[in-house]
Ligand binder design. Structure first.
Ligand code: AMP
Ligand code: MG
Length: 430
């Protein structure tokens, strides 16, 4: 597919898939591996399999506090006629005495009872015990390697390290693991009206929502965000900040604002100056003016250049569709794991959208008394528009913040009646 700098194929807007495929095709593969201590590894993607450095458990061990005995010695033991065994030693795990106490009574060397049956396994070690029951050999022993053998792959390359995976790696003797470097993501807001946090707004300023929002999204996707500040709507300023990002060996730069067709929308021209434009304009709502380019870095390697529309909801949705998959791919996830797994839903109220574009509506789920999402008889989640019908504007941050999921409405649909089925992407699920 050749799109050229105007992006559209002929006059047709690109589909979401065409644009995402073009973005992913510009990524050669995950970032290089590095060694990370387990304390730093949560959320990272394994570059190599993790091996068990020890069997787990490492040796046969006791499943409970008590006495280690030979089954043959107590074969005749009964409640009325217990077997007396001499206590020959003590094996401590930490400070706890290791005695199976429920079926025994402490005794002196001659076998006289000196305490109560089944009493607590604390206090001085008795000289002998009376055993009241026969036991089978092997009872209450955890065998070495019962959980895991030594020297096998316990976590595969491509796995994302959650808490249980970290416990497993540590529990089998690993101190560190080989993971892909977190992709470095430059975040650049643009707009003469956009003000850094805490700066006075003056008569025509607005606070920068996209800079902090996109940095948070980048981090959640597995990237390492770095701010490039707020550029004025001037080609020279934008170019200088992009060049600073390229010199800083960023894997990608995410610019918000300035990608439309106005005289001050200079982002595409700046991309073309520091690298080249790959595509522009996608059949999506919100987010149509999305732009993508690539640039070679002076220090070697390539930087992906994303131009997201300035309206905060548009920048959020286009990040979700195009930037998040790119970060996840660079971070080491397999190509099949880059976008969210879809759920099924019904939109319980009517909605309208632009014809010919795929809409990503911001929605909330109905909840039952236990807090779980309500599903209909066919298992579809019942969802409503976040912030009501007026919450769907591409500038409405309050509704975006309420949204739990995106409901996807195909290009071919112009309006939805109440109760229409939709595909759902939960924003808190992979
Ligand atoms: P643009 O895409 O530059 O035409 O911006 C579209 C709208 O988004 C305008 O109303 C901008 O003021 C607004 N906008 C652009 N950048 C930001 C930002 N960083 N934070 C909040 N709003 C923004
Ligand atoms: Mg602007």
């Amino acid at each position: 597919m050749t799109t050229g700098a105007t992006g559209a194929v002929g006059d047709r807007l690109l589909t979401v898939e065409e644009a995402r495929d073009a973005v992913l095709a510009a990524i050669a593969g995950p970032t290089e591996p590095e060694i990370a201590y387990l304390s730093e590894a949560r959320g990272r993607i394994l570059a190599e399999d993790v091996m068990s450095l020890t069997a787990l458990p490492p040796w046969d061990n006791s499943a409970m506090d008590g006495y280690a005995i030979r089954a043959g010695d107590v074969a005749t033991a009964t409640d009325a006629d217990p077997v007396r065994l001499e206590v020959v030693g003590e094996v401590r795990a930490g400070w706890a005495p290791d005695r199976q106490v429920e079926l025994t009574t402490p005794a002196d060397a001659a076998g006289a009872r000196i305490g109560e049956r089944g009493r607590d396994a604390v206090g001085p070690l008795p000289a002998a015990v009376l055993v009241h029951e026969a036991v089978r050999a092997g009872t209450a022993i955890r065998k070495a390697g019962d959980d895991l053998p030594e020297a096998i792959a316990i976590l595969a390359a491509g796995t994302r390290l959650g808490p249980a995976a970290i416990a497993l790696a540590a529990g089998s003797g690993n101190e560190s693991v080989s993971v892909h470097r977190r992709p470095r993501v430059g975040i650049l807001a643009t707009g003469d009206e956009v003000r850094a946090p805490g700066r006075p707004l003056g008569p025509a300023g607005i606070p920068d929502a996209n800079g902090p929002g996109l940095a948070a999204l980048a981090e959640e996707a597995g990237g390492h965000p770095m701010t490039l500040g707020i550029a004025a709507d001037r080609l020279e300023d934008l170019r200088a900040r992009l060049k600073a990002g390229l010199s800083g060996d960023l894997d990608m730069i995410v610019v918000s604002g300035g990608v439309s067709v106005g005289p001050y929308d200079v982002v595409r021209a700046a991309f073309a100056e520091v690298g080249r434009m790959e595509l522009w304009r996608v059949a999506v709502q919100p987010g149509k003016p999305f732009a993508f380019g690539v640039a070679d870095r002076p220090g070697g390697g390539r930087t992906l250049l994303f131009g997201l529309p300035g309206n905060p909801v548009s920048s959020f949705v286009t990040f979700e569709l195009f930037v998040r998959p790119a970060i996840r791919r660079l971070a080491g996830l397999a190509p099949g794991r880059l976008v969210r797994a879809p759920d099924r839903a019904v939109l319980v109220e009517p909605a309208s959208k632009s014809p010919g574009r795929r809409a990503f509506l911001r929605v909330v789920a109905e909840r039952d008394e236990a807090g779980g999402p309500v599903r209909d008889a066919e298992g579809r989640v019942r969802v409503r528009l976040a912030g009501g019908g007026r919450g769907q504007g591409s500038h409405v941050l309050s509704a975006l913040a309420l949204a739990e999921a995106l409901a996807i409405v195909p290009e071919t649909v112009d309006s939805l009646p109440a109760g229409a089925p939709v595909e759902l992407w939960w924003l808190d699920r992979d």
